[in-house]
Structure formats: structure tokens, C-alpha cells
Design a protein around this ligand. Structure first.
Ligand code: F6P
Length: 555
């Protein structure tokens, strides 16, 4: 399906962040108050500011509360970062996003995942004010109206299909075959919302081209009771197409038929979600849900790619997920910069990456349901902002996305928290906790929460042991604490949209195109060259290391 508007429309200017006055002021402020002794000390900051510090560095947003007060930041740095956001024209760039302008310049595409969660009815927000020239905006806004109709029609059909599967007692296993954005978002959300899952449906996610994943799963399945969902924006991705063909071959070997009207047919047991509907038809798939090239892969769980979520939690649950995300969209669009949680989190990211020089951020969800959130965020943040050139192709003279990593608490405490507490380099930690427990053994929830709170406190407070350096904790280690009301579809939707907008703001300041991913291409091409060499043993033209590895593999 085509983008609703073309490239070449006027885009807001993107000033280089490191040339703005605020950048220089932040550098000077950092040198004076953080680098030079005695430096910034969280314990001293709390002793001086007390509750006022918490008030100033805490924000409420839809379905969640964020306490950012345990970060290595002071009021002056906060003010300068907000000045940086203004000088980098984040608000104009945000307007361009919500006006549907083609801000994904390298691919000439608009970026409109937010449109997927707009309610069918309701007032459209005016986005013209930032740009005086009316004509391109009028064109864009008309196109959005058209796109919105298509979105609603597809959503209605998708939810009807989801309800059809839920009502079909013959189908017990749904296998999503996809990778990257066609896997991580739905897999993360289905796990998070497992308490609401239809009890008669098991959802499986297969992504890896390693045959162990699909092979093991197929051993547990029966073709009669399995629905395969082939999820691929492009319908060309090597892993997905390899697994989809393998699943179809298994299905046919188990008595399935390529004839559409056979009782056990590929047409009934294989569906697709893709922008490339013709390719799905060539595969033998008749039930295809389409979406649009203005939905980036890692932003696609709100589209047809979310079908497994809708099957798991039903149409009403999926609409609640969209509503939570939409509430966060409104917060992002309407809240003043200082009160805007995605903006404040992104500014903290900039502060840590470009001034403190921190190279990674740990995400620690104290929720087993959010166990796949770190993996999901790795793609969202690192594929979006892990870039070394700006949107005009100029090399960046400053760092961009940090490495994002993590595991759920309390497991992480028994693995890598040692480094967080006593390793030589501070790593900002993001705790995510739920106010209300899920239905499983809720008696354990206070223990889980106590551990999250304790870790954040321990990182900040540290412990003096002049007599025993092995047992001493330096403290003064930064963390943020995000508190969700509960793991409801609304809260999860809001949380994901929060991260999407945070990535957008950081990318806006860094001057990056956050919506392409050219960095994944080279490895794909080289793999195409290497695969036949594994069979032939040919090593001509290869570097000595790869050639030797090929020989070893073949030996
Ligand atoms: O890893 C590159 C990438 O293009 C991701 O951006 C995308 O989410 C993933 O591959 C899967 O792509 P597709 O949905 O087209 O199969």
C-alpha cells in the first residue's frame, strides 16, 4: 500500500544540536559542577533539596508516574536541556511527525504509526501553526484523512479476524513467523498481557533462522489445530520466508493441501500480515491483512502486525492497548516541554550520552510479564538512533544511541547488578514496576516491589566501608523509576508509546533519521555470498579469518 504523501514537501530545518548555545552551556555546566571536584552528589542533592527535588524531577503521564529524581542532574542542567530542546526545534519536528510529512527522508516516507491508534471519531489536532506556508500542510492533512479511513477499515477487519480465531475451537495454536519488528512487539505484548489471554489459545513466536526454534515447535503441533501467521512488512526477509516455507512444507507433509478448498488447506491455516500483499498471494495465502509503508517495522505492533495480540486478548483488549498509546500521544503533543515525559526522558538520555559520556543504559522491569521489554527496546532504540550520520548524511561529531540492555528483576540482581553497584563505570538504570500485582500469586508482589525500591536506593546511597573496600559501595549511581498502574492493555500501550516518542525526541536533537535502518543491509548481502561457499568450500576473495573459519566448518 502506498504512502499517502510524497517526499519533497517542506520539512522543518534541523539545526545541529552541538552548535546551539545550550549545548555549549551544558558542556560548561557539566565541567564545572560534575567533572571538577567535588562533583555532583545525589545524597548531597537530596539533603539540600529534600522533597522539592522529588517534586521537580517527577512527572505524571497517562497510566504511569515517573520519578527521575535519583538521576545525576540538577535544576540548572534541567533548564539548559529544555533550552536545548527548544533550540533544536523539537516542537516543530514533532509537528512535522503528526502532520504526516515525510520525515523519513532517506526512504521518502511519512512516519505515522501514531495514526494507527487514533480513535475512529474525535477531533483531529491542528498541526499547522508551526509552519506558515499552508499548501503542503493542507495536502498532508487531506492525505491523513484518507489514510485514517484505511486504517479504521483494516483495524475493523483485523479485529473481526481475531475474534473469528478466538471463536474457532478447532484452532488451539497460533504461530507467528516474523522477526525484528514483526516479532518483538507482538511477542513482548502477548507475554505482558498473558493474564488476559484466551485460555484456549497458545501463542508461539518463531523468529530465528536457526531451525531449532521452528523444528522444536513443530514437534508439538498438529496441522489441524494450528494457524500460522506470516508477519513481514516486506515479505522478503530471509529468516521469515525460510521459516514460512519450512512451516508450509511441514504442513503439506502432515496431510495438508495446497488446494484452497481442501479441508486442511494452506489457505485456511496460513494467514499473512504485510505491505506486500501480492507476494503473500504467491505464497498461497488468501487471508492477508495489509498495512502501509509509513509504518516502520519497529513501530508496527499497532498495525496488522498486532494480530497475535488481538487474538490473545480480544478486540476490546486490543482497542484498549491502542487507547493507552493514544493517550500518551496526546500527552506528547500537548504537554509543555517541561511536563512532557517523553521529552524529559530523551533529554536525560542526551545528558548522559553526550555530557556524562555513559555508553549504555540498563532497563530492569520488575515485572515478569515485561520480560521481553528490554529486547523490544533494543530494536526500538538502537535500530532507530544507532547512527553515525545525520539525516542529511553528514557525520555526527557526537555520540548517539547508547547500548540498551537488561533483564527482569529480581533475576538481574543475581547476575549483573554486581557491576551496577561496584563496577568502575556508572550505568544509568531504569526501573519499571507495577503498582498493582497481576493475578498470579499476588502475595509475592510486595517482595518484588521492595527489591526494586531497595536496588534504586542502594545504587544512590552506597555504603561506606573504609575498613573493607571489597564491601564498600560508592553510591551516587543514577536511576529512574517508572511506576505503571498495572499491566493492563492501556498502561502497556502508554508505556510503549512513551518509549517511541522518547526515541523520536532524542533522534530529533541528534539530527538523526530515526526511521530507516541501512545498517542491517551489509551483513544480509555478505550472508548471501557466504551461504553457497559453505557448500562449495570456495574461499577466493575472502579475508584470511573468514576463509579459515570456512575451512574449519567444512573440515
Ligand atoms: O532488521 C531489519 C528489519 O528490516 C527490521 O527493521 C524489521 O523490523 C525486520 O527486519 C523485519 O522486517 P520485515 O517485517 O519486512 O520482515
Amino acid at each position: 500500500m502506498n504512502a499517502p504523501m510524497s517526499a519533497g514537501q517542506a520539512l522543518p530545518a534541523r539545526p545541529r544540536c552541538d552548535r546551539s548555545p545550550a549545548w555549549g552551556l551544558l558542556q560548561a555546566h557539566y565541567r564545572q559542577h560534575y567533572q571538577a571536584p567535588p562533583g555532583f552528589d545525589l545524597r548531597a542533592a537530596f539533603a539540600t533539596e529534600g522533597a522539592a527535588r522529588v517534586a521537580r524531577h517527577s512527572l505524571s503521564a497517562p497510566y504511569l508516574y515517573a520519578d527521575l529524581s535519583k538521576n545525576l542532574i540538577d535544576a540548572q542542567a534541567d533548564a539548559l536541556l529544555l533550552q536545548l530542546a527548544r533550540e533544536c526545534q523539537v516542537e516543530d519536528y514533532r509537528s512535522a511527525l503528526f502532520a504526516g510529512l515525510p520525515i523519513n527522508q532517506s526512504e521518502g516516507r511519512a512516519v505515522m504509526h501514531w495514526l494507527l491508534r487514533e480513535p475512529a471519531t474525535g477531533q483531529d489536532l491542528e498541526e499547522k501553526s508551526a509552519f506558515p506556508s499552508a499548501s503542503p500542510w493542507d495536502a498532508a492533512i487531506n492525505s491523513i484523512a484518507n489514510a485514517k479511513q484505511e486504517v479504521q477499515a483494516t483495524l475493523t477487519r483485523m479485529l473481526a479476524l481475531a475474534e473469528q480465531v478466538r471463536a474457532d475451537g478447532a484452532i488451539t495454536d497460533i504461530v507467528n513467523i516474523g522477526i525484528g519488528g514483526s516479532d518483538l512487539g507482538p511477542a513482548m505484548a502477548v507475554r505482558a498481557l498473558d493474564a488476559l489471554r484466551h485460555p484456549g489459545k497458545r501463542l508461539h513466536f518463531v523468529s530465528n533462522v536457526d531451525g531449532m526454534e521452528l523444528g522444536r515447535l513443530l514437534q508439538q503441533l498438529r496441522p489441524q489445530s494450528t494457524l500460522f501467521l506470516v508477519a513481514s512488512k516486506t515479505f522478503t526477509t530471509l529468516e521469515t520466508m525460510t521459516n514460512a516455507r519450512a512451516a508450509r512444507a511441514w504442513f503439506l507433509a502432515q496431510g495438508g493441501s495446497a488446494e484452497a478448498d481442501a479441508p486442511l488447506s494452506v489457505a485456511r491455516h496460513f494467514w499473512a500480515m504485510t505491505t506486500h500483499v501480492e507476494a503473500a498471494a504467491q505464497f498461497g495465502i488468501q487471508t492477508t491483512l495489509g498495512f502501509w509503508d509509513w509504518v516502520g517495522g519497529r513501530y508496527s505492533l499497532w498495525s496488522a502486525i498486532g494480530l497475535p495480540i488481538a487474538i490473545a486478548i480480544g478486540a476490546a483488549g486490543f482497542r484498549a492497548l491502542l487507547a493507552g498509546a493514544h493517550a500518551m500521544d496526546l500527552h506528547f503533543r500537548q504537554a509543555a516541554l517541561a511536563e512532557n515525559l517523553p521529552v524529559r526522558l530523551a533529554l536525560l538520555d542526551i545528558w548522559y550520552r553526550n555530557f556524562h559520556g555513559f555508553g549504555s543504559r540498563c532497563v530492569a522491569p520488575y515485572s515478569h510479564g515485561l520480560g521481553r521489554l528490554p529486547a523490544y527496546l533494543q530494536q526500538l532504540e538502537m535500530e532507530s538512533n544507532g547512527k553515525g550520520v545525520d539525516s542529511a548524511g553528514q557525520p555526527l561529531p557526537y555520540a548517539s544511541a547508547p547500548v540498551v540492555w537488561g533483564e527482569p528483576g529480581t533475576n538481574g540482581q543475581h547476575a549483573f547488578f554486581q557491576l551496577l553497584h561496584q563496577g568502575p563505570e556508572p550505568v544509568p538504570v531504569e526501573f519499571i514496576a507495577l503498582r498493582r500485582p497481576g493475578p498470579d500469586l499476588p502475595g509475592q508482589h510486595p517482595r518484588l516491589l521492595a527489591n526494586a525500591l531497595a536496588q534504586a536506593r542502594a545504587l544512590m546511597l552506597g555504603r561506606d566501608r573504609p575498613d573493607d573496600p571489597q564491601r564498600a559501595f560508592s553510591g551516587n549511581r543514577p536511576s529512574s523509576f517508572l511506576l505503571l498502574d498495572a499491566l493492563s492493555p492501556e498502561a502497556l500501550g502508554a508505556l510503549i508509546a512513551l518509549y517511541e516518542h522518547r526515541v523520536f525526541v532524542a533522534g530529533a536533537i541528534w539530527g538523526i533519521n530515526s526511521f530507516d535502518q541501512w545498517g542491517v543491509e551489509l551483513g544480509k548481502q555478505l550472508a548471501q555470498d557466504l551461504e553457497p561457499r559453505l557448500a562449495s568450500g570456495a574461499t577466493e576473495g575472502l579475508d584470511a579469518s573468514t576463509a579459515q573459519l570456512l575451512r574449519r566448518i567444512g573440515a
